[in-house]
Design a protein around this ligand. Structure first.
Ligand SMILES: Nc1ncnc2c1ncn2[C@@H]1O[C@H](COP(=O)(O)OP(=O)(O)OP(=O)(O)O)[C@@H](O)[C@H]1O
Length: 430
């Protein structure tokens, strides 16, 4: 046991994790012992700190008792003088991953609720036991350092802070606390259903405790991992600043510097480049990223998580994947930073700014060496005109527009502005 189950002990463990309560706080209460205990302790703390505390229960509608359970929580919240709302989920037909979908829907509903109520954060009732179980589940999936950190105390989920104030507390302590106060809770039958991984892991954890693989031991490893993860994150940021830059909506990594990085830092840097470009919520798995690193070292391009990564002109270019434009000499990029797939060198770039009414910047980038040779005078101010004529087309807002047509339509005059490394074409309308 980490603490004795007095309210003071629980309060100080919570305060040590999250500090003072925000002005308006939500608490997600399923009716299980952990979140019921959290609601009771937070109610006392909120009174002392003048915090407005609101309670929500998500009715997933997956078990016949779920409505009654939400009413049970509502009654307890009412007795504590707290507002309560039941959020219902219209669940889809079972896709085989209903548990994961229910969890995602729960956070979405809680986020929407928090936003409409103007809450600064939503607290959930995860305990040290949950943390140890999560650690073992990630261990089973051979996770890396980031995965073995377990759940953070605070993280942003769709713009709402999710707080886990009870990660230092044991489930048994919380149950003792509730029992001592004669407060009831609901035993969810699915917490005993061995078809769920978490339940099997919980069972295994009970068997491991006598061998010294205790909740305390596992959560301290997770804490150590969190420290190591922070150090790796910081090293990755330093590496990004020294070998990376954003150019033409793409992430560009200097090959020489990138190849000198430790594999784990290079992996993290590539993952953060991918996430920057594709905006995905989750990183790709380790194995394909490590394969991509090997390919890039050999100068081969790869496609990963909707991004195209190419090695050109001593740099690794990470951009969105677009259908290839069939032209031997040039590559066209939409404003958001796509990479065309033809063979091109990436040491020259042109930009066209769209006139009013065009929602995005159009960019044309990277004439291949052969292409440049085809336009004899490409460094002169006339070259852009010749270039535009030679292009097969320009992408804008997902539409391929033939270059001559583009000129005709807009009546642009093209002015070339020389920059140290790139050429920019400003399309001056009319
Ligand atoms: N249906 C729900 N409605 C509101 N909050 C929920 C719901 N299910 C889970 N939560 C929140 O997420 C936390 C962790 O979820 P988990 O599934 O581990 O909890 P539980 O076993 O249902 O209940 P508890 O953690 O309260 O004992 C809960 O402590 C609670 O704060």
């Amino acid at each position: 046991m980490l603490l004795t189950p007095t309210e003071e002990a629980l309060t100080s463990a919570i305060r040590a994790r999250i500090g003072p309560l925000p002005e308006k706080l939500g608490v997600a209460v399923s009716g299980g012992s952990d979140s019921v205990a959290l609601m009771h302790v937070l109610a006392t703390m909120a009174r002392a700190e003048d915090t407005a505390l609101a309670v929500a229960t998500v009715d997933h509608g997956l078990r016949p008792e779920s409505r009654r359970e939400a009413e049970f929580v509502a009654q307890q919240a009412h007795d504590l003088g707290l507002s309560h709302q039941t959020l219902t989920w219209q669940h889809p037909a079972d896709s085989g991953n209903l548990q994961a979908e229910a969890r995602a829907a729960r956070y979405r509903l809680l986020g929407d609720w928090a936003r409409t109520q103007g809450l600064g954060a939503v607290a959930v009732g995860h305990t040290a036991d949950d943390q140890a179980e999560t650690f073992l589940m990630r261990l089973r999936r051979a996770s890396g350092v980031a995965g073995l950190c377990g759940m953070p105390t605070c993280h942003d989920r769709d713009g709402i802070d999710v707080l886990r104030p009870m990660l230092d507390l044991r489930r048994s302590d919380l149950r003792d606390y509730l029992t001592a106060r004669d407060v009831a809770w609901i035993e969810d039958p699915s917490n005993l259903d061995m078809k769920f991984e978490r339940v099997r892991i919980r069972d295994a954890l009970n068997a491991l405790e006598p061998l010294g693989l205790t909740v305390d031991a596992l959560t301290s490893v997770a804490d150590n991992m969190r420290m190591a993860n922070r150090a790796l994150d910081s090293a990755t940021r330093t590496a990004a600043a020294s070998v990376g830059q954003i150019r033409l909506g793409m992430v560009v990594l200097d090959c020489a510097g990138f190849n000198r990085l430790e594999t784990e830092i290079a992996r993290r840097l590539l993952v953060s480049a991918l996430l920057h470009i594709n905006g995905a919520a989750y990183p790709p798995r380790r194995a394909p990223v490590l394969d991509a690193l090997n390919a890039l070292k050999e100068g081969r391009g790869v496609t990963l998580q909707g991004c195209q990564i190419v090695v050109r002109g001593g740099a690794i270019w990470v951009g969105r994947e677009y259908a290839s434009v069939q032209h031997s000499a040039c590559a066209l990029l939409p404003g958001e930073g796509g990479v065309a797939t033809m063979d091109a060198t990436w040491d020259a770039a042109w930009q066209i700014k769209a006139p009013a009414g065009w929602s995005r910047r159009v960019e044309i980038c990277a004439l291949g060496a052969e292409g440049l040779a085809e336009i004899p005078d490409w460094r002169s101010h006339d070259a852009p005109r010749a270039l535009l004529k030679s292009l097969p087309g320009v992408w804008c807002d997902g539409q391929l527009i033939a270059a001559p047509l583009l000129q005709e339509r807009s009546g642009w005059t093209i002015a070339a502005i020389r920059q140290p490394e790139t050429w920019a074409l400003s399309a001056l309308s009319h």
